[in-house]
Design a protein around this ligand. Structure first.
Ligand code: RRO
Length: 604
């Protein structure tokens, strides 16, 4: 089952207090009913990204219960206010609008063999993690699967959802047992104590354990199950900006090395941690859309189409994606054909590829900031060979021209990338990423005009296809680097990549990102991007792609006015999977659905 493409506005039906938490209900008129374990990306229509600029990114919240409602589906969410996003969700009032994307992610799956003599299902929920256990419990009961439920809370003030989700007529459901750390109810101690006792039973090996809760609890559940040879499925949590595979923030270690993206490979992982099943066929195959090919693009200057021409590539509108902010293959798995029918960008820029595969940086990889975010993703990619063999044939089915972003740490490797990528007919152009803030290559070519010019001189003879140089904002004179790129033979430059930035976790007082620093993006950087774009515009003749906090048509118009030929949408894709087409429409009509989100810097 795929999710409706994009986000939609749903109405709050009610919001009630529940043991230190809140349970709020939305009426979803368009989406399908969720499966247990799935989640939604939520952001209130009002007071989100305004004022102090936080909350900015939508929040991933698991669904606790669902029921048919008049004109749609009711969705219940359990939420604890622990930061600006969840605080705002706790304040929602009946009748308010909430932006919703979903249902997203893998759900729990039923034990294959339902043997009435078997131990059945054991559900283990801790704290806020009881939410997906509630909807899963009801589903298992409906299926007639024997089950026992173990719930753990710190104290009475953190027992939210218990009465509403696990009681009938004011009494705890008979299959539910409690553990509380303060001993106010049930077993005093951890919920995993109860699980350990249960798994010591003779029939334990035939049980399946389902669990959601804090990481330490999930680790203990996994250890217990592994020791007893019991299969298990865990609904995990990880900070995520988008929910559909675009941001690469929600990485969790994969057994055998590398990382999974929890939004598209989870949130439910089966033990030993692995995706439960494929969401949808990974191959892009939209029967009603024809893929782009160099032959299907009208020749520049032919007058066909209402679009734009950029370096000889004909585009239907001037809005593309910023590299690394949209994984079209993952998005297809989540949204299906609708993605291809209404592809949001007029050209697609791939995530940067490197000569060899890279796993990316250790989590934590993303951090929300006022009106923006810092990423330290660290360039996870399949490497040249994997990209050409697996991803390029898929990306070639997109209904728009493809620009491949490449990065290497020396000229020889850059040359290999450019030669092998450029010779493929599916590729319309290449972006040379000389500006990633998150790899420790020793040299960021784009910080040095001489290196940039020498690189372009080496690469220019290798292809006639457009070479676009992605500039870093982390230099005093980006225009000097742009001039060097132009003199070396670049066809265009794109700017800005992210600004070097750090954040301190207010709880630990340690750097919030594992790498210590990352790159800042989002509306907070827009004035800097505009200033650099203007400086570069004055210094070079070649066309420019402008980006940096483009969140609506008004912002895109600013970049075009400052001298860009195209604008790229980046961070806004995480908040709105259809941001590209929204920005393009707003540009064309001169109207923005959403007001400019530059609250921290705009004085108008
Ligand atoms: O993957 C990343 O960490 C990353 C890249 Br390649 C880039 O060019 N810019 C960025 O902010 N992050």
């Amino acid at each position: 089952m795929t999710a409706p493409f994009g986000r939609r506005l749903c109405e709050v039906a009610e919001n009630q207090v529940s043991g230190g938490y809140r349970i709020f209900s939305l009426i979803d008129r368009e989406g399908p009913a969720p499966e247990p374990g799935q989640f939604y990306m939520l952001a209130s229509e009002k007071s989100w990204g305004e004022g102090g600029g936080r909350p900015f990114l939508p929040r991933a919240i698991s669904v606790a219960e669902t029921a048919p409602a008049k004109n749609g589906v009711r969705l219940d969410f359990l939420v604890e206010g622990v930061g600006p996003g969840t605080d705002r969700l706790c304040e929602l009032e009946a009748g308010e609008g909430v932006w919703v994307a979903g249902p997203l992610g893998h759900s729990f799956s039923t034990p294959k063999q339902v043997n009435p003599d078997a131990a059945g299902a054991i559900l283990v929920g801790g704290g806020i993690g009881i939410a997906p256990m509630a909807i899963w419990r009801r589903r298992l009961v409906e299926k007639g699967i024997p089950l026992r439920v173990l719930l753990g809370f710190r104290n009475e003030a953190h027992s939210g959802g218990l009465n509403e989700l696990f009681c009938a007529g004011g009494t705890l459901c008979p299959d539910v047992r409690l553990a509380t750390e303060d001993g106010h109810a049930g077993h005093q101690g951890n919920v995993t104590d109860l699980l350990a006792t249960m798994l010591a039973g003779d029939d334990a090996a035939s049980a399946v354990v389902y669990s959601c809760g804090p990481p330490a609890m999930l680790q203990a559940v996994a250890t217990l199950c592994s020791e007893r040879g019991v299969s298990y499925q865990l609904a995990e949590e990880s900070p995520m900006a988008c929910g559909f595979g675009a941001c690469f923030g929600c990485a969790v270690p994969k057994p055998g090395g590398g990382y999974l993206r929890l939004c598209v490979d989870g949130p439910v992982l089966s033990g030993p941690a692995g995706p439960v099943a494929d969401l949808a066929p990974p191959s892009l195959r939209c029967s009603s859309c024809s893929g782009w090919s160099p032959k299907s693009a009208p020749p520049p200057g032919s007058g066909e189409g209402s679009g734009t021409e950029f370096c000889g590539i004909e585009l239907v509108h001037p809005v593309i994606n910023a590299s690394g902010t949209y994984d079209a293959i993952a998005a297809y798995r989540v949204f299906g054909d609708e993605l291809l029918e209404e592809f949001p960008f007029s050209a697609f820029v791939s995530k940067t590829i490197t000569p060899e595969p890279r796993a990316g940086n250790e989590p934590q990889r993303i951090w929300e900031t006022p009106a923006g975010m810092i990423n330290s993703i660290g360039l996870p990619n399949k490497g040249l060979e994997g990209f050409l063999a697996e991803d390029l044939p898929e990306l070639a089915k997109l209904p728009v021209p493809l620009i491949v972003s490449v990065m290497a740490t020396n000229r020889e490797e850059f040359s290999r990338l450019v030669r092998e990528v450029a010779e493929r007919d599916e590729v319309a152009g290449l972006e040379l990423n000389v500006s990633c803030p998150n790899v420790h290559s020793g040299l960021i070519v784009g910080e040095n005009p001489d290196e940039t010019e020498a690189l372009l001189e080496a690469l220019r003879p290798l292809t006639e296809k457009p070479l676009i140089v992605k500039l870093t904002p982390n230099v005093a004179n980006p225009e000097a680097v742009a001039v060097a790129a132009e003199e070396g033979g670049a066809d265009a430059v794109s700017l800005i990549n992210t600004l070097k930035a750090s954040a301190i976790d207010p709880v630990t007082r340690e750097p919030a990102l594992s790498a210590g620093h990352g790159g800042l993006s989002g509306p907070a950087v827009r004035p800097i991007a505009l200033q650099q774009l203007r400086a570069v515009r004055a210094a070079v003749e070649i066309p420019l792609i402008g980006m940096g906090g483009v969140s609506n048509g008004a912002a895109a118009a600013e970049f075009l006015a400052a001298g860009a030929g195209l604008v790229a949408v980046g961070t806004e894709n995480f908040r709105d999977p259809r941001a590209g087409s929204r920005v393009a429409n707003e540009l064309e009509t001169g109207m923005s659905e959403t007001p400019p989100r530059l609250a921290v810097l705009d004085l108008d």
